[in-house]
Design a protein around this ligand. Structure first.
Ligand code: DQA
Length: 144
């Protein structure tokens, strides 16, 4: 069983960007965390992808069809704007869990809407990077 973790814009800047909100761990730390969590959960493979470009994220979701059993997605800023990412997730119908490092529900009003979340069966918010491990756990339970 394979999972794909998809990360949107500025998440490559983890450790540098707004550390009071996103912490001091880096994007490399996140990749390692996802791979270790994937192994613990018994996935055969967990691939981790990041892009700053909406179209690339959409292409990646489309290309996941027939390759991955599940998706964990943090669309970052595109969460709150992208109907295109929502439509891509709906098109492929791959079970997906939404994750956010910060407590988006307690932040600015423009972060309260999640388009991608409308195509996800569960969400993990405000748990820092470990939220990805929890999302992979939720995904594995759902797929098993
Ligand atoms: C984020 C929350 C978004 O509102 C923000 O634009 C991000 C990161 C999070 O993981 O907390 O870039 O998705």
């Amino acid at each position: 069983m394979n999972a794909l973790v998809i990360n949107g814009p500025n998440l490559n800047m983890l450790g540098i960007r707004e550390p009071d909100i996103y912490g001091r761990q880096t994007y490399d730390d996140l990749i390692k965390l996802c791979r270790a969590a994937g192994e613990r959960e018994g996935f055969d493979a967990v691939d981790v992808y990041q892009s700053n470009h909406e179209g690339d994220l959409i292409d990646t979701i489309q290309q996941a069809l027939g390759v991955y059993d599940g998706i964990v997605i943090n669309p970052a800023a595109y969460t709150h704007t992208s109907v295109g990412i929502l439509d891509a997730l709906k098109a492929v119908q791959i079970p997906a869990v939404e994750v956010h490092i910060s407590a988006v529900d307690e932040r600015e009003s423009f972060r309260q809407i999640s388009y991608a979340g409308m195509a996800c069966f569960d969400r993990v918010v405000g748990e820092g990077l470990t939220g990805y491990a929890r999302a992979l756990h939720i995904l594995k339970e759902h797929l098993s």
